[in-house]
Design a protein. Structure first.
Length: 286
């Protein structure tokens, strides 16, 4: 069998920046094992498989890293929303089903063409647990005192360990330590370690390390930055916040994510958005 696919770069307005994504169409003929093999072949942070719409959505997505299937991820939803909208001739919004729930993607245009999206995470921000700061530091091969304050594991559909460091220089020195991850932060604890630092009011820089699911480091992580937005609003109080997060700088794939968090009746709801640039198209044999 052959399947059409497209690739795009997400959370950027520049081709070959941001986070690459593969979108495979007509994937209802594939089972999970075959999807995992295809994702491993693309070897990107995530590959999205587009299935027919179910009740209440315009398409249903299954999302795979090279190593595991995940119930929700930010850059696959933002990228798939734009690529599907272009393919379907949609404007305004598109509704995407997935294991974690419904994702609403608000589409943005540049020059009359869909060029970006902002998604609402499928669940309110929720804490799962805390982990020792020295464990987070060890996983990033940083000194024990490099991580400041409490390290919270939480998310909006997928849980990450969220750890603050003092400045961009410390952030740049982080290196994934695979044995430390296996011993102290396996995938059963968190999908990855999201390190962040503050650059200026409303502006942060982050790195997301996830070496035991086949990625290593992710250049732009919508779900982790949704978790970060939720945590910061929880800690800092108020009704809402807006931040911009730089990611991927140290990898040579600079990305920019726009995050908003607001308190609502069911908790803290978070959105993340950015640009999407189409890159390639083709067919894959499975």
């Amino acid at each position: 069998m052959t399947f059409e696919y497209e690739t795009c770069d997400v959370f950027t307005t520049t081709r070959f920046g941001g986070n690459p994504l593969a979108v495979v169409y007509g994937a209802e003929a594939l089972d999970g094992a075959a999807m995992q093999r295809v994702a491993r072949e693309f070897n990107l942070s995530e590959t999205v498989f587009v299935l027919p719409a179910t009740e209440g959505n315009d398409a249903f997505l299954r999302i795979f890293t090279p190593g595991v299937e995940v119930p929700f991820a930010g850059h696959p939803n933002v990228g798939a929303a734009v690529m599907l909208a272009r393919r379907m001739g949609r404007r305004g919004r598109i509704l995407l089903g997935q294991a974690a729930g419904l994702v609403v993607a608000e589409l943005t245009e540049t020059g009359g063409e869909v060029a970006g999206a902002r998604i609402t995470a499928p669940r309110p921000f929720a804490r799962a647990r805390t982990v020792p700061a020295q464990d987070a530091a060890a996983c990033a091969a940083l000194p024990a005192g490099a991580v400041a304050g409490e390290v919270v594991v939480g998310g909006c559909g997928l849980d990450f360990a969220l750890a603050e460091v003092a400045d961009a220089a410390v952030l740049a020195r982080a290196v994934p330590d695979i044995p430390a991850f296996r011993a102290r932060m396996p995938l059963s604890v968190a999908a990855g370690l999201h390190l962040f630092t503050r650059l200026a009011p409303g502006r942060l820089r982050a790195r997301m390390l996830t070496p035991i699911d086949g990625i290593g480091e992710d250049p732009a992580t919508g779900s982790a930055n949704c978790a970060l937005g939720g945590l910061l609003l929880e800690r800092e109080g108020g009704e809402a916040l807006e931040i911009e997060v730089e990611q991927g700088v140290e990898m040579g794939r600079p990305s920019l994510l726009h995050v908003t968090a607001r308190r609502g009746a069911d908790g803290i709801r978070v959105t993340v958005g950015g640009g999407v640039v189409p890159v390639a198209a083709g067919r894959i044999w499975v």
